[in-house]
Design a binder for this molecule. Structure first.
Ligand code: SP5
Ligand code: ZN
Length: 372
């Protein structure tokens, strides 16, 4: 399988994030992508390719141009405004209750992008967990090109391609970034595939979190089906979307399927949800599936609560490929760095119909971790 990778992600150099007002070591760090790259290189069965520059048009096909401009200039604005912070995080968000009682027209006239960088981050951002630094925009553009290049390979006939996207994308909505995500790599790829093939496209989102951005972008679309398995939003991010009764509207009615699962979900329970998700995709007419692949479902993940094991990723990859459709597999979350490489290897080998032999216990694919 071809793997699309670019070192551009290293420019999104994150060390801390804010969680409920507290500064904590960042979860979405550069080492994540490097661990996966190392494991796939060591495997020997993957061919690495660099992404090609696809420009801005495929991004604004999905995102509000104002969001793109904000992300492009945000860091220089932080510096120009003399804001002494190691990363940009929002000051104030426009909570809808701020405008309660006002007419839609009055709200539309009032709520506009402010000048202060902390206010602008609130205007475009969902939460405080997507720290923005000097290299964020270049890295996020790189991740989009990774996704689009993987899509190109599959549209050209490859049975599968893996885009090692970083930063991830599925929380980014048309006019919003958040949840470690800036541009929605999977949505941009899905839209590009719809436009080039004129086929229906399905998105299978198996990140631990609900992909609120992907759901929002395709909510009214009849030509893209979004199917997601994730933690129940009653107890997990993004809290306000991801429930089973969200099924789409207009042309998109019935095209959105959310499968929320509870804390402690096991391999067996998760595979049941995978079968349900794949059944919903099998009903659609297209020939390409975009997979939003997260490993924060892993038992040892620091921010997830599921109990999945490495072996089940091989089986999920195998079952997904067994639908007989071509796969654009794009990396989303997954924060237990020692296991990321093995989990990715397991999933991708499963998707290719190759066997998976776990590396020796204690190794997690790290060279030197096994004594001797
Ligand atoms: C792409 C993706 O997986 N985004 C996830 C965004 C999650 N945002 C909430 C992070 C909560 C961090 N909780 C730290 C708990 C430490 N025990
Ligand atoms: Zn996630």
């Amino acid at each position: 399988m071809q793997v699309v990778y670019t070192p551009a992600h290293l420019a999104h150099d994150i060390t801390t994030e804010t969680f409920m007002g507290l500064s904590i070591p960042a979860n979405e760090v550069a080492e994540r992508a490097e661990k996966i790259r190392d494991a796939l290189t060591a495997d020997g069965g993957f061919a690495f390719v660099e992404p090609t520059d696809h420009g801005e048009a495929p991004i604004t096909a999905v995102h509000e141009p104002g969001l793109v401009r904000f992300l492009e200039v945000a860091w220089s604005e932080v510096r120009r405004q003399g804001i002494a912070r190691p990363f940009l995080s929002a000051d104030t968000y426009p909570n809808t209750a701020m405008f309660e009682g006002m007419s839609e027209d009055a709200i539309a006239a009032l709520v506009r992008e402010p000048v202060h960088a902390g206010g602008r981050a609130g205007f475009w951002g969902l939460d405080s967990a997507a720290p923005l630094v000097a290299g964020t925009y270049l890295a996020a553009r790189g991740a989009v090109d990774v996704a689009l290049t993987a899509a190109d390979l599959v549209v050209a006939g490859a049975p599968a391609a893996y885009g090692l996207c970083r930063p991830p994308g599925h929380h980014a909505a048309r006019s919003m970034y958040g949840g470690y995500c800036f541009f929605n790599n999977a949505a941009i790829a899905a839209e590009a595939i719809v436009r080039s093939t004129h086929e229906h496209v399905a998105i299978l989102d198996v990140d631990y979190h609900h992909g609120n951005g992907s759901q929002q972008i395709f909510w009214r679309r009849g030509d893209v089906r979004y199917v997601s398995i994730h933690a129940d939003p009653d107890s997990d991010y993004p809290y306000f979307l991801g429930r089973a009764d969200e099924t789409g509207e207009g042309d998109g009615a019935g095209e959105n399927l959310n499968i929320p699962l509870s804390a402690g979900t096991t391999d067996e329970e998760y595979l049941g949800a995978v079968d349900q998700a794949l059944d919903a995709i099998a009903e659609t007419s297209g020939s390409v599936i975009v997979v939003s692949l997260g490993f924060d479902t892993y038992g040892l993940d620091p921010i997830g609560t599921f109990a999945l094991t490495t072996g089940v990723y091989h089986e999920i990859g195998r079952r997904t490929a067994a639908l007989g459709r071509r796969l654009v597999i794009l990396q989303e979350g997954g924060y237990h760095r020692p296991s990321l490489g093995e989990n990715a290897r397991a999933w991708l080998r499963g998707a290719e119909g190759r066997s998976f032999e776990p590396r020796p216990a204690g190794g997690f694919g790290e060279s030197g971790a096994v004594a001797g």
